[in-house]
Design a protein around this ligand. Structure first.
Ligand code: PEP
Ligand code: MG
Length: 580
């Protein structure tokens, strides 16, 4: 089953059958309030002159009143609440979507334009319902895992309320939206825009549910209650599948479940190659609570805590409230405790580009390229008070366990020196306040080609390096990682990218410094043998990928992979050599 939603900022949760009346009541109250509001507006307008309030305004308000009382709206909403147990906001936006499509199809231009009026009426209703929700916590329905939407055994037309997997099809979702959906009801996501390594896609993958981004017109083509298959591996969305396709995907789904069951037996097995090389498989996390999944998957630490997710989606009506030192300290401490003595690598805030703090467009100046703008460490150095707050919180949390402090997007020696000076300053502030703090290992991300080409400078200052291949590819190949129009050119196996990765690993090994890869490449089993052959022994990825990569490690013999990896580096088209 499918939910199309252009509005993702309303709560989506299931109510209990006994709450149906209350939910319909919330809607009724809101409708009454909006009707009164419109009457009041009409009265005010009546007192104004034709200059201040043209006649059209009054006519428009009448249309709004009509739409508000329209049975297609209220009956539909009641249906979603009663039969599907959607909360009122969700029911309202679902019905809006359906009616809006009908408006879109109308021949008459005047009528077509009434869609905007309907949206305004719904907006008023949603506004009135704010703060009156009876249930705040989402109640997840039974969810189905893996790529297929259904195994063909259910009757797609049964309409049995909550007992079917729901997927969200939207034009765009920001990483903050995605995070909000982490505990939600959806079993899959499709967006029109975005690239495979956009942060939205990364968060979707971390939820281990199928997602396809960059599906262009999906949100226009797919309709409410269509049945869809989301094949996240192939990047394919199939609408209204035939019984044969359903059966095929049902088979795939069962194969996937069997494979997962088989892999789960590797959970407690150390990741050691056939020739005895130990490999660290670490987890990428977005929230302290993700450590639970990391430990369960057998991670030996966190290789990348994307701390910016603590800062996102916190917009209040007045301003964006950033987490203060205490709140951040508690979050980092929870992550450290969650890893039960294993190291946690916390990356300092990396906002900007496709990770705006408020979940909306990064900025008004859309002609600028945010990926090349004030992002990550550049952002932090531009706001030292915010950065120092984060640094103090991390240093304090380091008194509870092993923390590695990782700095994103460095390119210049001057940035390195400023960053280190601020870390020293944060330490001194804590000393002056007499606050306990711990020592941290310091690392830099290598994700700008300029950094990969000046490794000696980086290794002079840092204890370890972590290669962020997602950005390294973006900046090496000049391909916006969020732009589906150039997604086919985003090539992790491009010889230039591989050279930068290989050189970074080799230089770190030569100098006896730690090095890991924490971009999506680390979790892609296609690259495991190559990275092992290049000398990498530390991989950081989504917990859901750890066992797949571990299987590759267990089958690998690095003595054979080293010469092969050199051949791959020399090849014109390394991708052909990686595929088996
Ligand atoms: C990367 O760039 O590879 C990385 C791990 O950081 P992010 O994906 O958060 O930009
Ligand atoms: Mg990055």
């Amino acid at each position: 089953m499918l939910v199309v939603s252009s509005r993702i900022d309303v709560a989506h949760y299931f109510i209990k059958p006994e709450e149906v009346e209350t939910e319909i009541g919330r809607l009724r109250t809101a409708r009454k309030a909006v009707a009164e509001e419109l009457v009041k507006l009409q009265a005010n307008i009546a007192q104004m002159g034709p200059k201040e309030a043209p006649h059209e305004l009054s006519a428009l308000l009448e249309v709004h009143q009509m739409l508000l009382q329209d049975e297609a709206l209220s009956d539909g909403v009641k249906h979603w609440i009663t039969d599907r147990l959607y909360n009122a906001e969700w029911a309202l936006t679902t019905q809006l979507e359906i009616i809006a499509r009908q408006f879109d199809e109308m021949e008459d231009e005047y009528l077509r334009e009434r869609k905007a009026d309907l949206e305004q009426v719904v907006e008023r209703l949603l506004h009135r319902m704010k703060g009156t929700a009876a249930v705040l916590a989402p109640t997840p329905p039974r969810r189905k895992r893996s790529t297929g939407s259904d195994d063909g055994e259910d009757d797609p037309t049964a309409g049995d309320g909550v007992d079917v997997p729901l997927v969200l099809i939207a034009h765009d979702l920001s990483p903050a939206d995605m995070l909000q959906f982490k505990k939600s009801v959806f079993a899959g996501f499709v967006t029109d825009v975005g690239g495979r390594t956009s942060h939205t896609a990364i968060v979707a993958r971390s939820m281990d549910i199928p997602a396809v981004v960059g599906a262009r017109t999906a949100s226009q083509l797919v309709r409410q209650d269509d049945w869809v298959i989301i094949d996240g591996d192939a990047g394919v969305v199939i609408v209204d599948p035939s019984p044969i396709i359903l059966a095929e995907y049902g088979f795939k789904q069962r194969q996937g479940d069997l494979e997962r069951g088989r892999l789960s037996r590797l959970r407690h097995k150390p990741a050691v190659t056939l020739d005895g090389e130990r490999v660290d498989l670490l987890a990428n996390i977005e929230m302290p609570e993700d450590t639970l999944g990391a430990v369960k998957a057998g991670a030996v630490g966190v290789g990348l805590f994307r701390s910016e997710f603590l800062f996102m989606g916190r917009e209040t009506p007045r301003q964006t409230r950033l987490p203060d030192e205490e709140e951040q300290y508690q979050a980092y401490k929870r992550a450290v405790e969650g890893m039960q003595g294993m190291p946690v690598t916390i990356r300092t805030i990396d906002v900007g580009a496709d990770k705006p703090l408020d979940g909306k467009s990064a900025g008004k100046q859309e002609h600028l390229n945010p990926a090349l703008g004030l992002r990550a460490i550049r952002w932090s150095l531009a706001d030292p008070a915010m950065f120092l707050t984060q640094l103090r919180a991390i240093l304090r949390a380091a008194s509870h366990g092993e923390i590695h402090l990782l700095i994103p997007m460095l390119a210049h020696a001057s940035e390195i020196r400023q960053t280190l000076a601020l870390i020293d300053f944060a330490r001194a502030e804590l000393d002056n306040r007499g606050v306990v703090h711990g020592s941290v290992k310091l690392g830099a991300m290598i994700e700008i080609p300029a950094a990969a080409l000046t490794l000696k400078t980086f290794l002079k200052y840092f204890d370890f390096l972590s290669i962020g291949t997602n950005d390294l590819i973006q900046y090496t190949l000049a391909i916006d990682r969020t732009d589906e129009a150039v997604a086919h050119l985003y090539d992790p196996a491009h010889p230039a990218v591989l050279k930068l990765v290989a050189d970074t690993i080799a230089e770190c090994r030569r100098q006896g410094k730690g090095v890991s890869v924490c971009g999506e490449m680390a979790g892609d089993p296609l690259f495991t043998r190559l990275l092992l052959g290049l000398g990498l022994r530390s991989f950081s990825m989504h917990p859901s990928q750890i066992l797949t990569v571990k299987q590759e490690v267990l089958r690998a013999d690095t003595t054979k992979l080293v010469p092969w990896a050199q051949e791959v580096l020399e090849a014109d088209s390394p991708a052909a050599m990686l595929a088996r």
